[in-house]
Design a protein around this ligand. Sequence first.
Ligand code: 5GP
Length: 115
Amino acid sequence: MGKTIFSKIIDREIPADIVYETDNILAFRDINPQAPVHILIIPKVEIPTVREVKGSEHAALLGELFDAANELAEKEGISKEGFRLVFNCDKNGGQVVYHLHMHLLGGRQMRWPPG
Ligand code: 5GP
């Protein structure tokens, strides 16, 4: 299987507006933003979907994803008003890129149910 677009961003083969990076995590602005703030937070390790996430194996990594989301929400000024975190999984979930990613969306009122 070829590299996903997100692996290419991690390896700096294609450009992205990177806003956060640690040894394990990368975050960058979505190319097609759905809100004033729309950031994708991804683990550097390749995990295709939520279905491959295991609490026993990935607990620390998931904690780092949420730490990054909180830090970025604070930095982007959306922490106080609130924001939305989304993981899309497979076809019905609307997943397009098969490299696990958390969407951080904020800066406007979100609605429910989502489309
Ligand atoms: P999914 O639908 O898989 O949950 O979300 C994938 C997201 O990746 C979409 O919101 C899409 O706009 C974003 N995306 C796809 N290709 C690129 C890219 O090359 N660069 C960036 N920054 N975002 C991308």
